[in-house]
Structures are given as structure tokens and as C-alpha cells.
Design a protein. Structure first.
Length: 137
């Protein structure tokens, strides 16, 4: 193959790759990035747009981690999955949470949940006791 033929093949592959990526973009995202003419330029812009390691993104992720709570009736496994997703997102932003700190955060999360369950069960028990007393009177 000549250099011109290789260039044309490369250009054709780039167009196909560009089209494939654009097909997977949501309409509102595609409007933002539709001006890109090559795969590499589109990919760079998408990376810049979605993978910013800005302070605001890191703070939001940390806030999500520290405000994560267990909701009654939700399986523990789903909370661990949420926790893991947040940790992975932080890791992608170059925020490292040591294993010991992750374990401590999970323990605190479960302790808060246990305290809330105890409090609600003691409140229910006292309400039942009051209703039993009022019936006996």
C-alpha cells in the first residue's frame, strides 16, 4: 500500500470510530461535542468534560461519602456497593482513602444505623406499653 492509501484507510477508520462514539452519546451531550471532526479530538474533549479533577468534584464526592446513610429495609449489600462506587470515584479523582479509613467509615455507618434502630424500637416499645396501659384503665 502506498502512503496515500494508508492515509485514506486510516481516515476511514477514524470516521467509523467517531461515528460509533457519537452513536452512544446522549442527544444533549452530542450537541455539545458535534463539532469535533476526529476521534482523538472528541475523546480529549469528552475526557476534559467528564473527568475533571476539580476541587468541586472532589468535595461533592467526599460529601456523598461522609453523608452516606443506611436506609431501613435496604439490604446491606446495596450500601456496600454504593460505598464502593464512591470510593472508586474518589480514587479516579486521585483522592486516596486508606483501607483502615474505609473500614472505619463503614463501621461508623453501621453503628449509626444500629443506634437509629435501637432508638426506633425503644420508641415503639414505649408506645406499645402506653397503649396497653391506656386499655387496662
Amino acid at each position: 500500500m502506498t502512503a496515500i492509501q494508508l492515509y485514506l484507510v486510516d481516515e476511514e477508520l477514524d470516521k467509523k470510530a467517531l461515528t460509533a462514539i457519537q452513536l452512544y452519546l446522549a442527544d444533549e451531550v452530542l450537541v455539545e461535542f458535534s463539532t469535533e471532526k476526529t476521534t482523538s479530538l472528541l475523546w480529549e474533549r469528552l475526557q476534559d468534560y467528564y473527568m475533571k479533577k476539580s476541587l468541586a468534584n472532589r468535595l461533592i464526592l467526599k460529601q456523598r461519602l461522609f453523608l452516606l446513610r443506611i436506609h431501613e429495609g435496604t439490604p446491606i449489600k446495596s450500601h456496600i456497593i454504593k460505598f464502593s462506587f464512591i470510593i472508586n470515584d474518589l480514587d479516579k479523582k486521585d483522592v486516596k482513602i486508606e483501607d483502615e479509613d474505609q473500614a472505619l467509615l463503614l463501621l461508623c455507618l453501621y453503628l449509626l444505623h444500629i443506634r437509629a434502630l435501637r432508638k426506633s424500637s425503644s420508641m415503639e416499645a414505649s408506645q406499645q406499653l402506653r397503649s396497653m396501659r391506656s386499655r387496662s384503665i
